[in-house]
Design a protein around this ligand. Sequence first.
Ligand code: ADP
Length: 234
Amino acid sequence: MTTPGFFPTGIRFENIDKRYGGLYALRRVSLEVRAGECVAFAGRNGSGKTTLLRIAARLVRTSAGTVKFVASASETADSGARIGFVAHATMVYDELTAEENLLLFAKLQGIAGHAARAATLLEEVGLSERRGSLVRTFSRGMRQRVAIARALLNEPSVLLLDEPATGLDPEGITWLANTLRRMRDAGRTILMSLHGESEISALATRAVRLDAGAVVADTQAGASLHSIVTFAGA
Ligand code: ADP
């Protein structure tokens, strides 16, 4: 099943290196992520998960190698791929209300009917009643809901999430799991970094482990994720 408004999109990472001075944050990373996969990246702190997600989000340039987006409708949909990114720091404005945040980002992204879109998303993330409250008064979990609503504004075909469960209480984690499940089941491609096993890791259709910037394990589709997600040192 796919939702109208986006093309299922895969991502091809080809021989990615990312160097910061003499340090390799990523080393010859090649991965083919098919449209609709939900990939969990595991690995110690500093293993390169955030850097890989930021490269996919086009926020960081590679030192070598390329990232290509491959939409089912056309092999060359690269520039047209719509990406939603939920960073580790939530990147929302404290001094604006939840609704003002969404309206601002919708306008910046040139989204048609932005008021209606913001209202729909506030409903979807369970913040309709608090839409007029300043984000600075929100808990970490509520801020995360605003950040996720923000990432969904443009109907992304690819959703990138950096440790999305951090700071969420059990209710927040269940909410996030349900939200991501809907996204996954609608055919969106999801890449997320995770720590350990949770309701969130259970959604993954594939797990990839990074160590010192290199891919050291990959379950591919359908294989047991447990060993990779819970690997010692995770
Ligand atoms: P993870 O998300 O797995 O914790 P990161 O991708 O954040 O790992 O970091 C990978 C490596 O790259 C680390 O050694 C980190 O210190 C380094 N690194 C990340 N961003 C920068 C930066 N902007 N400048 C210098 N080093 C960086």
